[in-house]
Design a protein around this ligand. Structure first.
Ligand SMILES: [Zn+2]
Length: 425
């Protein structure tokens, strides 16, 4: 295992300017450039790269394996970069919420508990132009984690007192009302569902007898499903496309991984020469596809499974972890597929042997449970009419949403699906 610093995080594009409070009067809020992790076995180094100075406070709570909050007094973080991203080492994932008037709160969830070993701010110097806030973590139990806060930061006593006096998480993380929504988005309770509307743009997919394009009905169904899921308040919904754009099939599962998805569902409409054939079917990854997934993951350097960067591990260990991730993913996908078929069969015609396995590129992310739903046969006149009917789409997508609810409600299925929550620990 190496202790090199990994570059993660993306583009800190949009820049919000400070409006009220600033560390220096008249100055802009510092901008978050990047968050980096240096995992090294029992220690994890977290580095916040900033383009200026800002005050910060650190607090934490006992949620799960622990949770670290870093409040920056004046820091701009673009809206797109506030979503949770996978962490490294002790950190399962991290995200940002805006805080009034010009600050930001970093929320870091632990994969396994750790205590704060050191915190220091590095001013620019030694050829480095950035300010860096460095937090070093070391494996420890939760009580040591909580104890590590006041012991090392007596000036933060008030923050910690507040954090520990209010066990209810919402009180702890809820900043003033304008940012309530963003905090909700960061809540660990909300599952991330990625919906992939098949085809799009230059790729119309199959075509029905009366001219309907598959890409049109998959998009309409995806939007309907997204609306239903969002209404429930239980999910973060990520649409691979929400318009008629062309998206390469090779990148669709990567999108799911990047979104830190808990579930990936790809919507399609089937087609066959025999026009009498109709009904829905659900595909999950086959064993053969699973082998291909491993090969591709290695070829593309995408070793991320369970939130671990498998490149950090030697090859044998990486193979075992990847296998484990795939076994769990295949089981979770199959469980979801069974529930999905059950719910769908009450609302729409089904194809014989409606659960099928296939070697489909779109299902290949090794650590995201995924299904491909062929909603109906666009080549069948009745099914084509259904696909074009907003009422049928709504009813069918409500059945899909019910299956998603059931999947996440079942503790057994959840365990199997909680691929990033520590199965490899
Ligand atoms: Zn298709």
């Amino acid at each position: 295992m190496t202790a090199k610093i990994f570059k993660i995080g993306g583009f800190w594009g949009l820049r919000a300017l400070a409006v009220g409070y600033c560390l220096l009067a008249g100055a802009e809020a510092a901008e978050l450039l990047e968050v980096r992790f240096g995992p090294g076995g029992e220690t994890t180094r977290i580095v916040f790269d900033l383009d200026g100075a800002t005050e910060y406070t650190i607090s934490g709570d006992e949620t799960g394996a622990g949770r670290l909050l870093v409040d920056f007094a004046a820091l701009a973080v673009s809206a797109g970069d506030r979503n949770f991203k996978p962490g490294k080492g002790h950190i399962l994932r991290f995200g940002f919420a805006a805080a009034q008037p010009s600050g930001a709160r970093a929320v870091l969830e632990f994969r396994r508990s750790a205590k704060i070993d050191k915190v220091f701010m590095l001013e620019p110097g030694g050829g480095v132009a950035k300010h860096r806030l460095v937090i070093d973590l070391q494996s420890a139990d939760k009580s040591e984690f909580l104890a590590s806060l006041p012991q090392r930061y007596p000036d933060l006593a008030a923050v910690i007192e507040k954090a520990t006096a209010e066990p209810a998480l919402p009180n702890l993380v809820a900043p003033p009302s304008p940012t309530q929504k963003e905090v909700k988005a960061l809540s660990a309770d909300r599952r991330i569902v990625v919906i992939d509307a098949g085809h799009g743009g230059a790729d119309p997919g199959a075509q029905g007898q009366s001219g309907t394009f598959e890409k049109t009905v998959t998009l309409a169904a995806a939007l309907s499903l997204a609306e239903t899921l969002k209404k429930s308040g239980r999910y973060e919904v990520v649409l691979i496309r929400d318009d008629d754009s062309t998206i390469k099939v090779e990148t669709r599962d990567t999108h799911a991984r990047k979104a830190n998805a808990d579930l990936f569902i790809s919507l399609h409409a089937n087609a066959i020469d025999e026009q009498a054939v109709r009904g829905a079917s659900v595909y999950t990854l086959s064993e053969k596809g699973s082998a291909r997934s491993a090969t591709l993951a290695k070829a593309e350097g995408e070793f991320h499974a369970y939130g671990l960067d498998l490149e950090e591990w030697d090859h044998d260990v990486a193979d075992i972890l990847l296998d484990k991730a795939q076994d769990k993913t295949i089981t979770a996908s199959s469980n979801f597929a069974k529930g999905l078929i059950d719910k769908l069969s009450r609302k729409t015609p089904m194809l014989n042997r409606s659960h099928r396995e296939a070697d489909l590129r779109v299902l290949l992310a090794p650590d995201v449970p995924a299904v491909l739903l062929e909603m109906a046969f666009i080549s069948n006149a009745k099914d084509e009419a259904n696909l074009n009917s907003p009422a049928w789409r709504k009813r069918t997508m409500e059945a899909v949403a019910e299956a998603i609810d059931a999947y996440f409600d079942d503790p057994g299925l959840q365990r199997q699906a909680a691929n990033r929550a520590g199965g490899a620990q």
